[in-house]
Ligand binder design. Structure first.
Ligand code: FES
Length: 178
């Protein structure tokens, strides 16, 4: 299967043009692959590797290293809560527990409506603003239960209105065509 090549031929060409060595385009291509396949499946990794003429093991290693690549399907909004040491000292573990309880999912679980996936991640560099999370690249900081409820309400309204902020892939696509 060549899903990325079929779906994003123009974008791939635009991205590859910007790198003297096509291997360097691996991260944006992985985002396109994730979008095309729904997650970073083995097929998605293989296709990226084929396009860039690199080893699929290299793509697998990057996918495991960066928290924005998902090897399992995820919801529309991925709530990546930092529970690394500094955040844990500021209540991150209790915050994760509260989030999972409210959404009715375990860590790594996705809500039945497909909207939210809860994940825990290592330090995101906002230790002094914990508890904090990253949702589709956007930081939400100094969180508590009330602010979390407001965030979920805002995201649900956004999803219903269809007026979401541009996704990572949409930004990459615009960049490729600029
Ligand atoms: S430890 Fe959580 S942002 Fe640094």
């Amino acid at each position: 299967m060549a899903l990325i090549a079929e779906k994003y031929a123009e974008e791939i060409e635009g991205i590859l043009k910007r790198f003297p060595d096509k291997k360097s385009a691996v991260l944006p291509l992985m985002h396109l692959a994730q979008q095309a396949y729904g997650h970073m499946s083995r097929e998605a990794m293989q296709e990226v590797a084929d396009i860039l003429e690199i080893s699929p093991t290299h793509v697998l290693a990057l996918s495991g290293f960066y928290s924005l690549y998902y090897e399992e399907p995820v919801g529309k909004y991925v709530l990546e809560i930092c529970n690394d040491l500094a955040c844990a000292l500021r209540g991150a573990d209790e915050f994760v527990e509260m989030v999972c309880h409210k959404l009715g999912v375990p860590v790594d679980g996705t809500t039945a409506d497909g909207l939210f996936t809860v994940k825990t991640v290592m330090c995101l560099g906002a230790c002094d603003r914990a508890p904090m999370l990253q949702c589709n690249l956007k930081f939400e900081e100094h969180l508590d239960e009330e602010k979390f409820d407001q965030l979920i309400a805002r995201l649900r309204a956004e999803a219903e209105s269809g007026k979401e902020e541009p996704s990572v892939v949409e930004k990459i696509m615009a960049y490729a065509k600029s």
